[in-house]
Design a protein around this ligand. Structure first.
Ligand SMILES: *Cc1c(COP(=O)(O)O)cnc(C)c1O
Length: 485
């Protein structure tokens, strides 16, 4: 038996490489990363789109050389689809990918500290709680707030909505009597979270927006009143602190006051816009967020982190505990909770979890907050600059001026002034022409039946030169399309 065990030990040895093997793999991976970072490809280069090639290399018993695997990645993963690392990614909500955050992930993975429970990973838990407190303070929440670092905004929504559901005791027959209020432009992840939370049959009132795509508070108030009169149970209102579609900020203070008056749970979706709180202009625009009972923000958007980090904050931590604390299995009987440092496992659906805090802590400590603040302020100004420039170039701008860093716009040729279908076709063609050009990626949306182009600026790599380039591309493509007619 000992011999058999020894033999298996030998066969499993590659899982624990020595310093030389580590050096070889590591340096090749690092070289590959450096090649990428020193010459970041266009945001939308589909020339090499052949991700199916991965399937020609199935998972096998035998090993493979790292060079071959890097080649596989290069051809099938890193050359297909969108490249969120590009400064020219100005569509959807641009991706980030701070290098220092990648190193934080590396450290988290190599040391692999258990971040679910304070008793086993006190350093990890203290760090994550410290980051949560930093963000709670940014929002204006009291000391008693708590939260959780999630994989993203959608999971953060789910945690907030479950907390709200339990705090307001929405269960059984109460569900189909209860009402949620969200603007027409509220993110679809809210509806998804409601359904997953067992609230699929709840009434969702889509509150109309004003001409700047912000929730109309008069309509909200009227609807709540009407619902009370009809015997419904108004329960939750969700405001957007920056919609994904057009970047609109709902009247957060007024909605907060309405929620308080009517005893609704007030949840704010700040997944996209939340970190503009770091700027003076953003703080002004996001005033009222502190009135909420819960809020979500996405560091993998507003703090430029690689994908995989959202945060949910709940004003009263008792609510989170109420929903997520669970008696532990007997094999965890030695876990001694520290009342001052709650464990993520007691405030979220997870037990074993990635030590997500390190990918946020390292960049914040290494660079300090100042460059984040500056970059976010730069993004607000770039959006305003873009808005001013394209207006001068004859584009029609949907919302003026932009609330945050999203601008929606379209070009209306004079001879199409009365023909919406032709206008839409023109802008569809314009969108396609810009995207196919490859240098800059933009996206589109539909507003009141109008095909509209979207400019969303949130990458730490996007600067003035990129915006000037986009303006030039837009003008060139408009001229080309007009000539073709
Ligand atoms: C991105 C986004 C979400 C969803 O967050 P994920 O991190 O993609 O899960 C929710 N709300 C808004 C406003 C968003 O921009």
């Amino acid at each position: 038996m000992r011999e058999e065990i020894r033999n298996l030990e030998k066969l499993s040895r590659p899982l624990d490489p020595g310093p030389e093997d580590r050096l070889e793999v590591r340096s090749k991976v690092i070289d590959y990363c450096e090649r990428f970072l020193n010459n970041i490809p266009n945001p939308h280069d589909v020339a090499l789109n052949e991700s199916k090639g991965l399937l020609d290399s199935p998972i096998e018993e035998g090993d493979a050389k790292i060079d071959k695997l890097i080649l596989l990645l290069e051809k099938n993963v890193h050359s297909s689809g969108l490249n969120p690392a590009s400064a020219g990614h100005l569509g959807y909500i641009p991706g980030g990918g701070l290098y220092s955050a990648a190193l934080g992930d590396y450290l988290a993975a190599v040391f692999n500290r258990y971040a679910g429970l304070h008793s086993t990973g006190p350093g990890a838990v203290v760090m994550e709680n410290m980051l949560i407190r930093w963000m709670a303070q940014m929002v204006g929440y009291p000391e008693n707030a708590a939260g959780n670092l999630t994989t993203g905004g959608s999971l953060a929504h789910l945690i907030a909505i479950v907390t709200a559901r339990d705090a307001k005791v929405i269960s059984g027959t109460e569900v189909s009597r209860s009402v949620v209020y969200v603007s027409e432009h509220g993110h679809h992840s809210i509806d998804k979270a409601l359904r997953i939370a067992g609230l699929g049959t709840i009434h969702v009132r889509r509150i109309p927006v004003d001409e700047r795509y912000r929730m109309r508070v008069d309509e909200l108030e009227e609807q709540i009143e009407l619902d009370y009169k009809r015997g419904f149970n108004p329960f939750l209102a969700v405001a957007s602190a920056g919609t994904t579609n057009v970047g609109a900020v709902d009247p957060l203070e007024k909605i907060g006051a309405i929620c308080r008056k009517n005893q609704l749970w007030y949840h704010v979706d700040a997944a996209y816009g939340g970190f503009f709180l770091l700027t003076a202009a953003g703080r002004e625009k996001l005033r009222g967020m502190e009135l909420s009972d819960s809020v979500i923000m996405d560091p993998h958007k507003g703090l430029f982190l690689p994908y995989g980090l959202g945060v949910v904050l709940v004003k009263d931590q008792e609510g989170l505990k109420e929903s997520f604390y669970h008696e532990k299995a007997s094999y965890l009987q030695d876990d001694k909770a520290d009342p001052t440092e709650p464990s993520p496992a007691d405030l979220s659906p997870e037990l074993t979890k990635h030590f997500r805090g390190l990918r946020l802590w390292l960049p914040l400590k290494l660079h300090g907050v100042a460059p984040f603040r500056a970059s976010l302020e730069e993004k607000l100004l770039l959006a305003e600059y873009f808005y001013n420039q394209i207006k001068q170039c004859g584009f029609e701008v949907s919302s003026e001026p932009p609330d945050l860093s999203v601008v929606t716009y379209r070009y209306v040729p004079t001879d199409m002034a009365n023909d919406l279908a032709a206008q839409n076709k023109f802008n569809e063609d314009l969108n396609e022409a810009v995207v196919n050009d490859g240098r800059i990626f933009i996206s589109s949306t539909r507003l009141n039946g109008k095909f509209t182009l979207r400019f969303a600026c949130l990458s730490f790599r996007t600067h003035l030169d990129t915006i000037d380039e986009l303006i030039k591309i837009l003008n060139d493509k408009v001229a080309e399309l007009l000539k073709k007619q």
